[in-house]
Design a binder for this molecule. Sequence first.
Ligand SMILES: Cc1cc2nc3c(=O)[nH]c(=O)nc-3n(C[C@H](O)[C@H](O)[C@H](O)COP(=O)(O)O)c2cc1C
Length: 136
Amino acid sequence: MLDSLSYCSRCIPDLDGDAFRQIISVSRRNNAIHGITGLLVYGGGLYFQWLEGPPKAVQNLMARIHQDPRHDSLVILGNNFDEPERVFPQWDMEPVGAEQIHEVLIDAIGSIKTETNGALLELLLDHIQRTDGSLL
Ligand SMILES: Cc1cc2nc3c(=O)[nH]c(=O)nc-3n(C[C@H](O)[C@H](O)[C@H](O)COP(=O)(O)O)c2cc1C
């Protein structure tokens, strides 16, 4: 069984492209080792990340991410336990542009079977539509 967790946070001012690429490359390496998949979106000064994997691995990673000084004001959007399936099995922390998140969420909703994950994704999709795609 898997845990999934999603959050939004605010990027610290002046984080440059190199710093972002550094987060991606470390994440890709670590997450592959620990069986974590998901999605990381950055845009408009905000991060959105969806993490899923073995419960211990997700908790340990989240504890590290929480303390990371490259972002602040972290808000947990959802935390699901005992999920039978991955929502993003094909992702290993690819960065996605804000404009692409809409499409990614629609795909995920189409293939989802559990109610809690579906409801959370519907909520995010609704938010993106109401803010004209500029949420992130
Ligand atoms: C927005 C954000 C998302 C992150 N996502 C991940 C992640 O998915 N996986 C990961 O290993 N580190 C991620 N990190 C980095 C961790 O906070 C931490 O720096 C890193 O895991 C340390 O790895 P190391 O011990 O191998 O150096 C993220 C950092 C930020 C700011």
